[in-house]
Design a protein around this ligand. Structure first.
Ligand SMILES: Nc1ncnc2c1ncn2[C@@H]1O[C@H](COP(=O)(O)OP(=O)(O)OP(=O)(O)O)[C@@H](O)[C@H]1O
Ligand SMILES: [Mg+2]
Length: 195
């Protein structure tokens, strides 16, 4: 199956495409639809989950598996290949561990205002890019889980009434903001979520 990716999306390797559980899928629209349905059931799982320790590698992987595991064999497993975005695949575990420890510290010591902490966490998670695909969606949901389950706050309005999966002004702004955050300036990303 040939997929036309929107800008800022990570193309899959042939071996990752292999992991498509539903062999009858031939069109990108169909795949989007199946992923969206899977994500919906993952979100239900997340809202019912009583897991207290969401800042663990096990939970991060479990969430990815719940969001994408009906569609992709490799859901919940770390990436094994290098991509344009993301750390060396060999260092994903250690980088993730550092991020989760930082996030735990920020929450315990009120290092940053709550939304700011969630945004920094989101950016660092997509920057690591732990999985072959679904990193954007997973890291947005993970940041929302931090806000809701750790801080008792509301989730972020990421899409702002647009479709963040498709290429439009909202996604363009999101990607520019992430790239600016790559260089250490978080202001555009804060502004993007209304801070
Ligand atoms: N320069 C960048 N720095 C940090 N993160 C980035 C950068 N460019 C893209 N990203 C993130 O990577 C995501 C794309 O990765 P991937 O394709 O694995 O996720 P996805 O959930 O399938 O994507 P999406 O939901 O955005 O279509 C983007 O949504 C964005 O969050
Ligand atoms: Mg993608």
């Amino acid at each position: 199956m040939k997929i036309n990716y929107p800008e800022g999306a990570t193309p899959l390797d042939p071996d990752e495409m292999e992991g498509l559980k539903l062999k009858h899928v031939t069109r990108k629209g169909e795949l989007d639809h199946l992923e969206q349905a899977n994500i919906q059931s993952g979100l239900v799982w997340l809202s019912r989950s009583r897991e207290k320790d969401i800042l663990s590698e096990a939970f991060v992987r479990k969430l990815h598996e719940r969001l994408f595991g009906e569609v992709w064999q490799w859901a919940g497993s770390f990436r094994r290949t290098g991509k344009d975005i993301g750390v060396d695949p060999l260092t994903i575990g250690i980088e993730l561990r550092t991020l989760l420890d930082d996030m735990r510290y920020w929450a315990a010591h009120d290092t940053y205002p709550e939304m700011e902490a969630a945004i920094r966490f989101h950016h660092r998670l997509v920057f690591i890019h732990p999985f072959p695909n679904g990193n954007g969606r997973h890291a947005r949901i993970m940041a929302d889980a931090v806000l809701q389950k750790i801080y008792g706050r509301e989730a972020i309005d990421w899409s702002g009434g647009h479709d963040l999966q498709a290429m439009n002004e909202r996604r363009r702004e999101y990607l520019v903001a992430l790239r600016t955050a790559d260089r250490g300036d978080y202001d555009p990303l804060f502004k993007f979520v209304g801070l």
